[in-house]
Write a protein that binds this ligand. Structure first.
Ligand code: FAD
Length: 459
């Protein structure tokens, strides 16, 4: 006999639990299904643990730089990887237990622990139970992509999940993939004390960014001793005793990089291959992401997909915003849409990159007349005071409307500072509002009005 609910949520990522809370507060009887770790990727093997590890890596970096600030440390600085992992585990545990307790204590919510798969457009099987509901929400997220590279089956490799169990210092970590996830691990492990090589297929790191951003990020990493192998067609892996030989079809340099450990960071794939989508007739794109409309409904009425699985965002904040959009449409008679969202994200190397809206390349391609302002961090007093002058900030303005098209801040506090620009974009206000604003001295943000006073046509 099927167990009946008003709605079933599969997955407890960054939007499912909040949606469950809203639905139960609306008086609905809800089932939520989790097959592994409550809180999903961000809480357990994504944002929270990586940012916790980044903080340990920065502590080591600052300790080593003590002399630059007149601070003397007697003896060498070393990193206790067991302690680093224990600290990370503690922070993760707190979040994971918080979500678990929250869900298990939620009134009108039944938690099922197991793999959920659609049986039809209104039913889901989990363990031995068949659940039925008129509304089904997929919040199943994504996992590390493991491409079929030659030799991959012969070696042990790490992913963003398995590296969370590492409590020792890899002698030489070879990271396949020079994008957001790979670069955070690259700098982190270099700071812990590993030798690190990043193997990037294309001609530059983080290829979605503008060339000046890619070049500056490469510079940051190389100055700390990370080897970056660009234009490296990663052709395969071979075991070399205890080590791994990564063959990289490079235009210059050695053809092989011999590492002690390999981390794959070449992209993500949605958790849709075993979700029974075909039984419900839910359509996916060629990469397996669930197709949704602007209000997150799939092609099957009554089934929605929120979070990474819909391919419309790959971040915790986009997943959470998906929850807000769906809840507003279901309960508030407020037709919020995904297309109202401005692209924004961080790259949490040190110094971090914060981005909002268009890149320079996208602004150029938009066909608009664009004004650009750029300011090196070396001109920012606060950065000089802290001896952290790497990076720059850049802003792009629509010449006709005076609206901000996009901005990036690569530099100390860049992940926070970008919000001052993001909020003006959401307000739909012209850039002159920030141009005239009085900011606190001495901060990095105080240079944004100055930068806006020095706009030039984008050529
Ligand atoms: C290393 C790393 C660092 C990151 N750092 C950041 C960051 O700093 N900032 C940021 O915004 N984003 C970051 N992200 C991305 C962020 O983690 C994801 O965008 C976010 O977790 C997406 O959440 P989600 O709601 O789509 O689902 P997820 O968090 O992926 O959770 C999905 C859940 O569904 C469960 N599930 C899947 N299939 C089933 C099934 N069939 N039955 C039952 N349960 C199922 C899974 O076990 C999982 O618990 C990072 C990602 C990684 C990998």
């Amino acid at each position: 006999m099927a167990k009946k609910f008003d709605a079933i949520i599969i997955g407890t990522g960054q939007s499912g639990p909040s949606l469950a809370q809203r639905m139960t507060r609306e008086g609905l009887n809800i089932a939520i299904i989790e097959r592994k770790l409550f809180g999903g990727t961000c809480v357990n093997v994504g944002c929270i643990p990586t940012k916790t590890l980044v903080a340990s890596a920065r502590a080591a970096y600052v300790a080593r730089r003590g002399a630059d600030f007149g601070v003397t440390i007697d003896g060498s600085v070393s990193v206790d990887m067991k302690q680093v992992k224990a600290r990370k585990d503690g922070v993760v545990r707190q979040s994971n237990e918080g979500v678990t307790k929250w869900l298990k204590g939620m009134h009108n919510l039944t938690v099922f622990e197991g793999h959920g798969a659609l049986e039809s457009a209104n039913s889901v099987r989990v363990n031995g139970d068949l659940l039925e509901a008129g509304r089904i929400v997929l919040n199943v997220g994504a996992r590390a992509l493991v491409p079929r590279m030659p030799g991959i089956g012969e070696i042990d490799f790490l992913t963003n999940s398995s590296i969370m169990e590492v409590d020792f210092l890899p002698e030489h970590l070879v990271i396949i993939g020079g994008s957001y996830i790979g670069l955070e691990f690259a700098q982190m492990y270099r700071r812990f004390g590993s030798r690190v090589t990043v193997v990037q297929r294309g001609p530059r790191l983080i290829e979605r960014e503008d060339e000046d951003v890619s070049a500056a990020v490469k510079d940051v990493l190389e100055k700390e001793g990370v080897d970056v192998r660009l234009d490296a067609e990663c052709t395969g892996f071979k075991k070399r005793g205890e080590k791994v030989a990564v063959t990289v079809d490079c235009k210059e340099g050695d053809e092989e990089v011999i590492g002690s450990h390999v981390l794959l960071a070449v992209g993500r794939r949605p958790n849709t291959d075993d979700l029974g989508l075909d039984k419900a007739g839910v359509q996916t794109d060629e990469r397996g992401y669930v197709k949704v409309d602007d209000q997150l409904q799939t092609n099957v009425p009554g089934i929605w997909a929120i979070g990474d699985v819909n391919g419309k965002g790959a971040f915790t904040h986009t997943s959470y915003n998906d929850y807000e959009i769906l809840a507003a449409n279901l309960f508030d008679n407020d037709p919020r849409r995904v297309s109202d969202r401005i692209v924004t994200y961080g790259l949490f190397i040190d110094p971090p990159l914060g981005r909002a809206g268009m890149t320079e390349q996208q602004a150029r391609e938009s066909g608009r007349e664009v004004l650009v302002g750029k300011m090196p961090m070396s001109r920012v007093g606060r950065a000089r005071e802290r001896s952290e002058t790497q990076g720059f900030m850049k802003i792009l303005i629509d010449k006709e409307t005076d609206k901000v098209l996009g901005a990036c801040v690569l530099g100390i506090g860049g992940d926070e500072i970008i919000h001052s620009v993001l909020d003006i974009m959401y307000a739909g206000a012209p850039y002159t509002v920030i141009r005239r604003a009085v900011h606190i001295h001495p901060t990095v943000t105080e240079l944004i009005p100055t930068m806006l006073g020095q706009l030039e046509p984008l050529t």
